[in-house]
Design a protein around this ligand. Structure first.
Ligand code: 26Q
Length: 822
């Protein structure tokens, strides 16, 4: 029989072209003469989506039939980035589609540029969630991501007069072809009000919650395709809506306009992503967002459980819930409430299920990032949950008292309620007590959790603690973003490394091969040329692609120390002014990253980078020697342009502050060499690539603690180092602020008086280390060899490895291969 390819599933060029034009006509309602680039993008996106849906349906059918054990990954953030290119890679049709659209006179890169990226996250934590979804699908692990469908993602960053300006991110404006609304699975979430005790018909004590407000959560599903597997999992994001009738009848009888107002305020819940990274403000709306997506997700899991004919007692066999930090930690109380109040289970039965189902990942050592909610606020919004938390705490502290008699200090430290001043609910404590697994995100981070932040919990429950070093997906951060290096890898070691990253090891044999080194260098040059063109367009600068591209891109934060990088630049500038014949390679310093809108010092740091850039880039003596560039609006799309072009990766946080870092891995995978402290995953990166291929500087975490304990005085360093003094003084007198001696005063004052992140203590070692970097870069063979070995030894840092570790040690979820059905 003649096999005719289906227009919705076929993968040949002819079928793809036909489907594409069909979608342009019937979905966009345009014919080619009228179609915009965006219309073409949408037509292509729907063409790709059709192919995903076929896999999605087969996957859902298999999981339902087999009742597969499923990971529920709960995260307030999923920083997905653009979907079109990534889906083309994972479906294995990138090249075919590129050719097909070219045949129609279109350019795939240009179409991909049309997509508004879903920026539903701040930085590392949100991007990690996205990498993990990719790896779970690739490893055929049944999984459901649960989060919030923010109408406004992370703000767009504009730079005006050297300063950050925030612009709202209306990413849904032109429609989102990558989501399917599922209104039939909407659920209600209660907020506010009070509770009442009553006795049920069998004489049991029960509690009923009379809420002040009910909000409807509507799920929107995004397909998550694995790399060259048939698996297509789901990311389910909840959108808040006013319920149909509730507020009309009960609260606002007669007041139509008032009721419409209330509806609007309900919809505010999923309106905007909080733009803070590693800092928690106790805002009521933020807590409402957390309970909203947690309650929706748990109700959805209970619906799925019932649909598959499973009993409540089987919940922990069907699902394992991974909490991405404490943002969804209210899961512990909400699952208890649902099981007891709505499904009639006893406390003990509900607690058994809860504790067996939940696992918690901690992502921070920063005290100001540990979430705590004022008890009053918590009780007003979630009266029933507060009661449950009090009861959990009561029973928990009883156990602690039995294990550690007469240790009231320990009880105070462990309590779920902080009572040292105003009373707070401690979300990390709730997560620790309510879960069977607690993990850090890098070896050092987990050790510091055990010794410090969660020490008391470690003494109580050592068996719960484990470490899972973060990873990144090589599909997005190599295959999609760095086609040149991908092609060279494929040519050299075949293409199986894409899902088995440790195979990059086989490159080591080539590290000394001059012709291989030459090709490797040329690829880096070409990537740098692309970024130089981008910088010319964006920043109006002529960049020498032969210069050392020294890059720091990440959220702007004092602990990440972008201003230490700036102090080095200023020092180099002063040295070159004083000794024009100094032999240093030309360097281009590249920065990117957003500051939380309310974080004034971080915004000043951006201003400082731009102030230094203005002076250096306009100094004729610096031409072809130094350039400084701040790239606006660092996001996933821009990240994909930057990593492939970097020579040097700046990972210079104060030791003991960066939980893991993941940008460090993306840079090294793309052949950048790292300059860094012994912090987070830098430690493991250095162990893997070898100390000789990594530029280490700075105090270690224990040295940091010792110095602080002994009494740190930044002033001593300022007085003791003329170059440091000159650098700080030049900022203070307005050299980089057009003579204004006030602007940067708060920044410099903080450094001279407190310097909580020890910039001044690490300055000298950093500058000396940068000198060694410069010398190494001048020896091209040496540098290229380091670059090759960095890539060859990145196998450990695939998110596939991280997910395999979670599956083995925490989730116990077997892979479920999917067969395609028509
Ligand atoms: C909390 C409460 C209220 C508002 C906002 C927040 C909030 C939001 C985002 C707190 C923290 C975050 C983000 C934290 C984060 O990105 N942490 C990073 O996680 C990465 C993945 O594990 C690590 O690699 C980084 O080291 C860590 O900083």
């Amino acid at each position: 029989a003649v096999q005719v390819e289906d227009d919705r599933t076929g993968l040949t060029p002819e079928t793809l072209k036909r489907a594409f034009l069909d979608n342009l006509f019937y979905i966009q309602g345009k014919f080619p003469r009228l179609a915009t680039q965006h219309d073409y993008y949408m037509a292509l996106a729907y063409t790709v989506r059709d192919r995903l849906l076929q896999r999605w349906i087969s996957t859902a059918a298999a999981y339902t039939e087999q009742g597969s054990r499923t990971v529920a990954y709960l995260s307030a953030e999923f920083l997905m980035g653009p979907q079109l290119g990534h889906n083309l890679v994972n479906l294995g049709i990138y090249d075919i589609v590129q050719q097909a659209v070219a045949d129609l006179g279109l350019n795939l890169d240009e179409l991909m540029e049309q997509e508004a990226e879903p920026g539903l996250g701040n930085g590392g934590l949100g991007r990690l969630a996205a990498c993990y979804l990719d790896s779970m699908a690739t490893l055929e692990v049944p999984s459901l991501g649960y989060g919030i469908r923010y109408e406004f993602g992370i703000f767009r960053q504009d730079i005006r007069n050297g300063q950050q300006v925030e612009v709202t991110d209306k990413w849904l404006r032109l429609g989102n072809p990558w989501e399917l609304p599922r209104p039939e699975w909407a659920v209600d979430v209660k907020l506010g009000g009070h509770t009442e005790a009553y006795t049920d018909r069998s004489g049991r004590y029960r509690v009923r919650w009379i809420p002040y407000q009910v909000i409807k959560g509507v799920p929107y599903d995004m397909p998550i395709a694995g790399y060259r597997t048939n698996t297509c999992n789901t990311l389910r994001l909840w959108s808040a809506q006013a319920p149909e009738a509730f507020d009309f009848e009960i609260f606002n009888s007669g007041d139509y306009l008032g009721a419409v107002q209330d509806k609007l305020s309900s919809e505010n819940l999923s309106k905007v992503l909080y733009p803070n990274d590693n800092i928690s403000q106790g805002k009521r709306l933020r807590l409402a967002q957390q309970i909203f997506f947690v309650s929706c997700s748990l109700q959805d899991m209970l619906r799925i459980l019932a649909r598959q004919g499973l009993a409540l007692s089987q919940f922990s066999q069907k699902f394992v819930i991974q909490l991405n930090d404490t943002h969804p930690a209210v899961t512990v109380a909400e699952l208890m409430r649902l099981l007891m109040d709505e499904h009639g289970l006893s406390w003990d039965a509900a607690w058994d299920i809860t504790q067996r189902s939940i696992a918690y990942t901690n992502h921070t050592l920063m005290p100001e990032a540990l979430e705590k909610w004022p008890v009053d606020m918590f009780g007003q919004l979630l009266p029933r949950h507060l009661e449950i938390i009090y009861e959990i705490n009561h029973r928990f502290l009883e156990q602690v008292r039995a294990r550690f008699p007469d240790d009231s200090d320990r009880l105070r430290r462990l309590s779920l309620i902080d009572e040292s001043g105003e009373r707070y609910v401690r979300m990390a404590h709730l997560a620790c007590v309510g879960s069977f697994s607690i993990n850090g995100v890098a070896a050092l981070h987990t050790e510091l959790l055990k010794q410090d932040v969660l020490k008391d919990f470690y003494e109580l429950y050592p068996e719960k603690f484990n470490s899972k070093t973060n990873g990144v997906t090589p599909r997005r951060f190599m295959v999609l973003s760095n086609p040149r290096q991908t092609e060279m890898l494929n040519r050299t070691i075949g293409d199986t490394w894409v899902s088995r990253l440790d195979e990059l090891k086989r490159l080591e044999a080539k590290a000394e091969d001059p012709s291989f080194q030459h090709d490797w260098h040329m690829i880096k040059q070409a990537n740098k040329g692309d970024l130089a063109n981008y910088m010319a367009k964006q920043n109006g600068l002529v960049i020498n692609p032969e210069s050392l591209f020294d890059v720091q891109v990440k959220r702007i934060h004092e602990y990440k120390r972008q201003h230490l990088n700036v102090l080095h630049i200023i020092t180099l500038y002063h040295r070159l002014k004083a000794s024009p014949n100094l032999e240093v390679p030309p360097r281009t310093f590249i920065f990117g990253g957003k500051a939380a809108p309310g974080y004034h010092v971080a915004k000043l740091m951006i201003r400082l980078v731009n102030g230094v850039a203005e002076v250096i880039n306009h100094d004729p003596a610096m031409r072809d020697r130094l350039k400084v560039v701040f790239l606006r609006n660092f996001n996933v799309r821009l990240a994909q342009r930057i990593y492939p072009a970097a020579d040097l990766s700046e990972q210079i946080s104060m030791a003991g502050k960066e939980a893991s870092g993941t940008g460090n891995m993306k840079f090294a995978l793309n052949g950048a060499v790292t300059i860094g402290t012994l912090d987070g995953a830098n430690v493991e990166i250095r162990d893997e690539v070898g100390a000789e291929n990594f530029f280490l500087f700075g105090l270690t975490a224990p040295e940091v603690y010792a110095l602080k304990a002994q009494g740190y005085n930044p002033w001593d360093y300022y007085q003791g180092d003329p170059e440091l003094k000159q650098a700080l003084d030049s900022i203070l007198v307005g050299t980089f602020s057009r003579g204004d001696g006030e602007v940067f005063k708060p920044l410099i004052d903080s450094l001279l008086n407190w310097d909580p992140y020890l910039l001044l203590a690490d300055y000298q070692d950093y500058v000396a280390c940068q000198e060694r970097v410069g010398q190494a870069f001048c020896d091209r063979t040496h540098w290229t060899r380091m670059s090759i070995l960095n890539v060859a030894r990145m196998g450990l840092f695939s998110s596939d490895r991280s997910i395999q570790d979670y599956c083995r040690d925490v989730w116990r979820t077997p892979a479920v291969p999917i067969e395609l059905t028509d």
